[in-house]
Design a protein around this ligand. Structure first.
Ligand code: GLN
Length: 250
């Protein structure tokens, strides 16, 4: 079994170890005898969204987002088709904002987004920075038995994201700011697209979420998506330590 995982704009959108999410997904494949095929693409490089299983887009500063917007726009149709077809996407912070309708920066300028996610982002006066604990909503994990109902990570953004009717949050923040520091929502899910403000990287300390992405990707390909359980005691220790430390401060 092979799973193709693609990192879009690895040279422009890769903050706070975001690239570590690719490493985590690849390792969790290999540990199960699944061959991960890792692709990368940046400006002016062609991609076959329908031919991949997981697309990853990291975060970046306003400057980087401005540099790539035109390149991203020319991919809109093909990416939207693949997403409607169930492509699994993990997009972090700046990448998450770019799949929405627009991002209005603190200088008032607007960067148009792809409008695939029913969200929009407006920069606030102060940056939303720090560790985060998210209480995942039932809808996200569905009936997947897993040890954790939380996500942990780190955020640093000026953008405050608001969700429209067609978008539901990943969960509510128990610690930290989340989408906008007002409605306690964090991230978004639309079909198999998962957007979040959580850097860190996200997946090493949230193995249950990594496996959810892998299972959805295998299922889309009609492959056996019941992944063999891994020994995650180190990942679980790291996750629990963060949750306990932060909720003590809450
Ligand atoms: N530039 C965006 C903002 O400030 C995204 C930042 C990020 O990806 N960490 O909100």
């Amino acid at each position: 079994m092979k799973l193709t995982i693609c990192h879009l704009y690895p040279d422009l959108l890769d903050l706070y170890g975001d690239r570590g999410n690719i490493i985590a997904l690849a390792a969790r494949c290999r540990w199960r005898g699944i061959e991960p095929v890792i692709q990368q693409a940046s400006l002016d490089e062609d991609l076959n969204f329908m031919g991949m299983d997981i697309l990853f887009i990291g975060g970046g500063s306003d400057r980087e987002q401005g540099l790539l917007v035109q390149d991203l726009m020319r991919r809109e149709k093909e990416l939207r088709r693949a997403i409607e077809n169930g492509l699994v996407v993990l997009c972090i912070c700046g990448g998450y904002q770019m799949l929405g309708k627009y991002y209005q920066m603190s200088n008032g300028e607007r960067i148009d987004g792809l409008g695939i996610l029913d969200v929009w982002t407006i920069a606030g006066e102060r940056r939303l920075i720090g560790n985060v604990v998210v209480d995942l909503s039932e809808k996200i994990l569905g009936d997947k038995p897993c040890k954790f109902k939380t996500l942990v990570g780190f955020e640093n953004h000026s953008g405050k994201t608001h969700l429209g009717e067609k978008a539901s949050p990943l969960g509510n923040v128990l610690f930290g700011h989340g989408n906008n520091g007002e409605d306690s929502g964090e991230g978004v899910r639309y079909l198999n697209v998962f957007g979040t403000y959580l850097h860190g990287p996200l997946l090493p300390k949230n193995p249950h979420f990594a496996d959810l992405l892998l299972e959805l990707a295998a299922k889309r390909r009609g492959l056996d998506n019941s992944l063999r359980e891994l020994d995650d005691h180190l990942e679980e220790l790291a996750h629990t330590a963060m949750v306990q430390r932060l909720l003590k401060q809450a």
